[in-house]
Ligand binder design. Structure first.
Ligand code: TYD
Length: 155
């Protein structure tokens, strides 16, 4: 299965690409008179083999999370409840994305600095990841991130 690029064909359709390796996709909402259901399928909605899932919830008002980039990791993030703002930065451009519906999936490639803020009280931010947790894959200092982007550009 590809580690990079878009998922084979997002069943939900509409995708928007930005900052090179990031894109948004709209997930299909399956609903009937009992309520709603959203499914994420490997290769179709997520471009990597899912090795890990985690979720962030009960975030304290005013908190900013993230503040890091990953060297190799791919992630897909969505607010299964509530909303938050994700700021993405590739070292030369910044882009703000509002995750304000459970059908909005944000796909983030390696070497993207991210910050999350404006969590609603009911926000549950679900993140699917291509690798197990590995602190060695993190860049947690923005200056180090900019230097790493520059170094990669030279290779
Ligand atoms: P942290 O990276 O600070 O969260 P975020 O960047 O999303 O705000 O993670 C908080 C703590 O949880 C930190 O001690 C690392 C740990 N952690 C895991 O053990 N496994 C995981 O999959 C993640 C994402 C974090």
């Amino acid at each position: 299965m590809p580690k990079a690029g878009h998922a084979g064909s997002s069943k939900g359709g509409a995708t928007e690409t930005f900052l090179g390796s990031c894109y948004l996709s709209r997930l299909n909402v399956l609903g009937d008179d009992r309520g709603s259901l959203i499914a994420l399928e490997g290769a179709l909605d997520v471009s990597f083999d899912i090795a890990r899932a985690y979720f962030i919830y009960e975030t304290v008002e005013g908190v900013v999370r993230g503040n890091h980039a990953h060297l190799e990791l791919y992630q897909t993030a969505l607010c299964v409840s509530g909303s938050c703002i994700m700021v993405l930065d590739d070292g030369s451009q910044r882009r703000e994305v509002s995750l304000d519906g459970p059908d909005i999936a944000l796909h983030i490639g390696p070497m993207i600095w991210r910050e999350m803020h404006s969590f609603s009280p009911d926000c549950v931010l679900l993140v699917l990841a291509s690798e197990h947790y590995d602190e060695a894959d993190y860049i947690r200092d923005y200056g180090d991130f900019l230097r790493a982007v520059e170094a990669r550009a030279k290779t």
